[in-house]
Write a protein that binds this ligand. Structure first.
Ligand code: GUN
Length: 291
C-alpha cells in the first residue's frame, strides 16, 4: 500500500484564493485593507526567510504588510514600545512577533502586550489559556496547529475518538496542536525526550503529528498501518548531489512511512504552506472584526 500524499501546497493555495476573494469583498463593501505587522528582533536567518515568505504571500492576497526590524540588543522596553505602537495603529489588524526572541528578552511579557484582537499568532497567554479550557474560545488559534487540523480534515481523518500522538511539546506547535486535537475529541498523547518506548507509543497512533526537529527520526516500524501522518519538521541534510549542497527533509523517514501510512504530508510542501495561509486567514478575520 502507498499512502495518499496530503498536498499542503494545493490546499494552502486554495485557502489563499478564498482569503484574496474575501479581502476584495471586504474592500468593495467599504471595509479596511487588512494589515499585518511583523516584528523581527535580531537577524536570525531562518526567521528572516519565514517573514519574507509571509510578506510575499500577504501581498498576493491583498493584505498590507508593515515590517519592523529591531537590533538584537534592543531592550525589553523598546520591543514592548513597538508592540504598543502597533496596538494603537488602526491600519494594523494583526501583529506577529517572530519567535524566538534573542536571549535576554522576556518573551511572555512581549506577547502579553499584543492586543488580544490583534493576536493573529494566537500566542498571547490569555488566548493560549482559553484554548486550554473547555467552553472558552481564543480570539485566534496559532497558525501551524490550525493548519495541521485543516490538513487532517482535508485528508478525511476521523478525529473523533481517534488515538492521536503528538511528538514534541513546543509552545508553537506540540502543545497547541494537542489542545486542538482534544477539542476534536481525539484521545491525545504528547511525547517528548523523556518518553519511554517512543516507537511503541507512536505505533498506537491513528493520527501521528511529529514536531521534534530531528531529521527522519520516525521510521517505518513506528507507524501503525493506515495512520494519518503529519510531518512538521524542516531539516537540512547535506547532499552533494544538490546545487545548494543540502536537501530538506522532515522528522519522518518519508520513503518508509509512505509505504505504511494511509496519508502523509511531504516536506517541503506539506505543513509549511498551510501555516502561512492560516496566518493570512487570521489577519483577514481580525480586519473583518475591526470593521
Ligand atoms: N517561529 C516559528 N514559527 C513561528 C510562528 O508560527 N509564529 C511566530 N511568531 N514565530 C514563529
Amino acid at each position: 500500500m502507498s499512502a495518499r500524499i496530503i498536498d499542503g501546497k494545493a490546499i494552502a493555495a486554495d485557502l489563499r484564493a478564498r482569503v484574496a476573494e474575501a479581502v476584495r469583498k471586504l474592500q468593495e463593501d467599504g471595509g479596511p485593507t487588512p494589515g499585518l505587522a511583523t516584528v523581527l528582533v535580531g537577524d536570525n536567518p531562518a526567521s528572516e526567510t519565514y517573514l519574507r515568505m509571509k510578506r510575499k504571500k500577504s501581498a498576493e492576497v491583498g493584505i498590507e504588510s508593515f515590517a519592523h526590524e529591531l537590533p538584537a540588543d534592543s531592550s525589553q522596553e523598546e520591543v514592548e514600545a513597538l508592540v504598543e505602537q502597533l496596538n494603537a495603529d488602526s491600519r494594523v489588524h494583526g501583529i506577529l512577533v517572530q519567535l524566538p526572541l534573542p536571549d535576554g528578552l522576556d518573551e511572555e511579557a512581549v506577547l502579553s502586550k499584543v492586543q488580544l484582537e490583534k493576536d493573529v499568532d494566537g500566542f498571547h497567554p490569555i488566548n493560549i489559556g482559553r484554548l486550554a479550557q473547555k467552553g472558552r474560545d481564543p480570539a485566534f488559534v496559532p497558525a501551524t496547529p490550525m493548519g495541521i487540523i485543516t490538513l487532517l480534515k482535508h485528508a478525511g481523518a476521523d478525529l473523533d475518538g481517534a488515538n492521536a500522538v503528538v511528538v514534541g511539546r513546543s509552545n508553537i506547535v506540540g502543545m497547541p496542536v494537542a489542545l486542538l486535537l482534544i477539542r476534536e475529541n481525539s484521545t491525545v498523547t504528547v511525547c517528548h525526550s523523556h518518553t519511554r518506548d517512543l516507537p511503541g507509543v507512536c505505533r498506537t497512533a491513528d493520527v501521528l503529528v511529529v514536531a521534534i526537529g530531528r531529521a527522519e527520526m520516525v521510521r517505518r516500524d513506528w507507524i501503525k498501518p493506515g495512520a494519518y501522518v503529519i510531518d512538521v519538521g524542516i531539516n537540512q541534510v547535506d547532499d552533494s548531489s544538490r546545487k545548494r549542497g543540502y536537501r530538506l527533509v522532515g522528522d519522518v523517514a518519508f520513503d518508509e512511512a509512505v509505504e505504511v501510512a494511509r496519508a502523509i504530508t511531504p516536506v517541503p510542501g506539506g505543513v509549511g504552506p498551510m501555516t502561512i495561509a492560516t496566518l493570512l486567514q487570521n489577519t483577514l478575520t481580525a480586519a473583518e472584526r475591526a470593521r
